[in-house]
Design a protein around this ligand. Structure first.
Ligand SMILES: *Cc1c(COP(=O)(O)O)cnc(C)c1O
Length: 351
């Protein structure tokens, strides 16, 4: 693989104040698609893409992405978490968006080279990681509505701290019962950029009313809970830990899947099924709604303390993080950061 090293290296940020997605490493991985095939991936200095005004991604949004994390321990050992799942999902997203399939093995070994080159950018404090952002976009200079003939596949890296400014503090979410994010037959289960553009207004509405994120309902009946912002959602109702079933409009989260696997292994009653917002309200009213949390690579597990619906706030677990939420956060981040043995085979060492 061709590697072109940057002549000047950037000054590293203060690793105790990283925030999320604000700093980018010295290099990136780029692979281009033209004439029906992918070229070899290359590692090049992190830099802007030259782009014509008529580049089709800017007009028709053929664009997908992924999110994963790499970790480093005090001995310099670099690991990644369930990265194969990210590339499988990315190829699934590509299929839905009429974008070409790529060879995950080729991209994975190029990513590992990039991570080794950028090793000094991987933070080691608890709660920090090097965020991996693979993405692919249409790159043909043409104004016609059809699948592009040219694409760019790229991976950039960003050292990150906590996703939310207030860390593990419970968030406030607002049930959005007018706007929709996705619907069956649409692109909700693909990790495509357009889903996010579509969700921004609901997020802003929630923010304006003092909530952190919108909780989306299904696009057809506005009845069933789907997901929250950029995370999947879980509820603990009585002794059941329940998350919405993947019906076609919900993003199949890798953290979601990991939580289900941990819960099952540790003897919890975990289920995937449709769950209506009325069921959540009823559980709140009769005192069986014990916990609520979101799951996603960026925040890992994010406790929900308040669910706003129809002008009323449901305070979950006294607004505090619940027991099962804390257990999952500790278990999954513990496996990622080597506090616990990798009993599920989720961690890959790359050096
Ligand atoms: C990426 C994403 C998630 C979380 O998926 P993970 O694989 O756990 O990071 C959830 N919902 C949406 C809409 C997403 O884009």
């Amino acid at each position: 693989m061709k590697i072109t090293k940057s002549k000047v290296l950037k000054q590293k940020p203060d690793f105790s104040k990283l925030g999320f997605g604000k700093y980018f490493t010295d290099h990136m991985l780029v692979m281009e698609y033209e004439n029906g095939a992918w070229n070899e991936p290359e590692i090049v200095p992190y830099a802007s893409f030259p782009m014509a005004p008529a580049t089709n991604v800017l007009h028709y949004a053929q664009s997908i992405f992924e999110g994963a994390k790499a970790y480093k321990n005090d001995e310099g050992k670099i690991t990644v978490f369930r990265i194969d799942d990210n590339f499988v999902r990315m190829n699934n997203s590509a299929k839905r968006m009429c974008m070409p399939q790529f060879d995950a093995a080729v991209v994975k070994s190029a990513l590992f080279e990039l991570l080794k080159l950028e090793s000094e950018w991987i933070p080691t404090r608890p709660g920090t990681a090097l965020y991996i952002r693979p993405f692919m976009f249409a790159n043909e200079e043409v104004l016609g509505v059809h699948a592009s003939k040219k694409y760019v596949f790229c991976i950039i890296l960003s050292p990150v701290g906590s996703y939310y400014a207030h860390g593990l503090e419970p968030t406030k979410i607002l049930v959005e019962d007018e706007l929709v994010r996705a619907f069956i037959g649409g692109t909700g289960e693909a990790k495509c950029s357009g889903n996010y553009a579509c969700s921004l207004l609901g997020g802003e509405k929630a923010n304006a009313l003092g909530y952190d994120q919108a909780l989306w309902l299904d696009g057809k009946e506005h009845k069933y809970v789907e997901e929250v912002g950029s995370m999947n959602i879980f509820f603990v109702i009585g002794d059941e830990v329940v998350t919405p079933q993947l019906v076609g409009s919900i993003l199949p989260g890798i953290t979601r899947k990991s939580c289900l696997e941990v819960l099952k292994k540790y003897g919890y009653k975990a289920s995937e099924r449709r769950i209506s917002i009325e069921e959540v309200v009823k559980a709140y009213e009769d005192g069986t709604l014990k916990e609520c949390f979101g799951t996603g690579t960026a925040a890992v597990i994010s406790p929900v303390g308040v669910i706003g619906y129809k002008g009323k706030d449901m305070i979950v677990n006294g607004g505090k993080m619940g027991e099962i939420t804390a257990f999952l956060y500790d278990k999954i981040t513990g496996i990622q950061q080597e506090k616990y043995a990798d009993e599920f085979g989720w961690v890959t060492q790359i050096n």
